[in-house]
Design a binder for this molecule. Sequence first.
Ligand SMILES: [Zn+2]
Length: 176
Amino acid sequence: MKADINIKLKTVLFVEAGEKMKYKLASQGIIKLSDAVLSVFNEYRQLEKGDAEAGGTLLGRFILESSDIVIDKVTVPMERDIRKRCYFKRNREDHQKVVYSIWEESRGTCNYLGEWHTHPEPHPTPSSHDLKEWEKVLENTVYDAEELFFLIIGTKSIGVWVGNKASLKIKKLTRC
Ligand SMILES: [Zn+2]
């Protein structure tokens, strides 16, 4: 039922960031955010006092013959999500539907890679609630990779964390 899925994949370029949005992976390789994804994040930044948190899931590809990963699709806030100034809870079912449909359309090449949400602060750090939620996601989500990524979109920068499914350890990635 594609018509029921409220998917908004924006294609406007995020000029300021572009090529710069690469982060070193813990093992080897890099993770890159596509311009289309950056443009979506840009749009949901909490720049105004009344702006509520936004969030969704991350989808992307493992680049062949390298250890690189590119996040090139995201799901965006949907009607049944809970959005407050300092709180975001996505409706699992609704986002999952979109994740599945993107995965299917890509013939299994575009995979679920983690979660993103915004914070009303310039350079974001995860709250204790975020860390607990990420741990739950690592424990409960079914996915192929050993790691998942967690992004927080601040008003001035994006923080990227990686979580290991086996150890449940969460580590911040540095930009490269
Ligand atoms: Zn948070």
